[in-house]
Design a protein around this ligand. Sequence first.
Ligand code: ATP
Ligand code: MG
Ligand code: FE
Length: 347
Amino acid sequence: MRVLGIETSCDETGIAIYASDGGLLAHHLYSQVALHAEYGGVVPELAARDHLNRAVPLIQQTLTAAQLNWSDINGVAYTAGPGLIGALLVGAALGRSLAWAAGIPAIGVHHLEGHLLAAHLESPAPAFPFVALLVSGGHTQLIAVHDLGKYQLLGESLDDAAGEAFDKTAKVLGLPYPGGALLAQLATRGDPNRYRFPRPMTDRPGLDFSFSGLKTHTLTAWREEQLTRTDNEQMRADIARAFEEAVVETLIIKCRRALAQTGLTRLVLAGGVSANQRLRERMQLAIAAVGGETFYPRAEFCTDNGAMIAYAGWLRLCAGQLEPLSFQVHPRWALDSLPPIKTADAI
Ligand code: ATP
Ligand code: MG
Ligand code: FE
């Protein structure tokens, strides 16, 4: 089976083809970052309209790259939520109608299931069960992944998501939106011993997170230090480094706790923040030190992409999951409400 994947939940149009024979055959991404940069955040209406302009040419490009015709596609997977309603509707309407016209099945994929399974596009893929740390622009969650489609929420952020905290802190430091990756770059020039920021909620039991206090702490440090320090550039880098260190260490503490609590040994990183190099390296060492193994997708599959949607959709379509001709999108959608995938049928 060859499945065309369509991702349009936020500000990235991602298209990919995943096949039973050959795996990931092609993938293309169009990022709207430049379109939204001047507003300092994603403008939902502009996002939806731009997906409309980009999706069809990107599908043509992806088919060409895979040396396939439309008639070679046997199923369509589109992101059905969670995300921006207008943006989701563009991908869902397009995916559902292309499938209807071709007489092939379509399936609405959960965006976070896509993120969770992105590490399976790499080799070696993590075996089930595992603990997943999902750290993205909208979510920070620890999830016990018992099997395909069997997700148990262990803990989550009570306020800002990790990616949101990166972006807001980057803004404080004068970096353009979305500043997460730029903040990480700046941090490489920072002195790790200059400041020590708090590791929120690590001194009490549990697997929940809170990042909004850390963001405020950074803002206060930035204001106070400007009164005494004159080396502005180095100061920004030192603060960026202290913030990144605090987030990375907090995530490591909670991941080790999650493995101890569940008795599992495999940890999978997913979502945009897992592209962070320091997080990947330090997590791998910290988990290896307790006898565990860490898996993560290549950086381009940590942030939004069509490949993870094509893959998750391919799994569900191969398992025989069917959808009616009508379609629905879910701007909010609980991950643990998904039906499990019958593994034996899927692979
Ligand atoms: P969600 O998946 O929760 O709906 P989203 O799709 O907007 O949210 P992703 O595309 O998974 O989120 O991730 C984007 C986030 O990842 C942004 O907040 C961005 O700043 C952050 N990010 C990307 N690269 C890095 C990096 N190297 N270091 C830290 N953060 C990063
Ligand atoms: Mg994005
Ligand atoms: Fe995402």
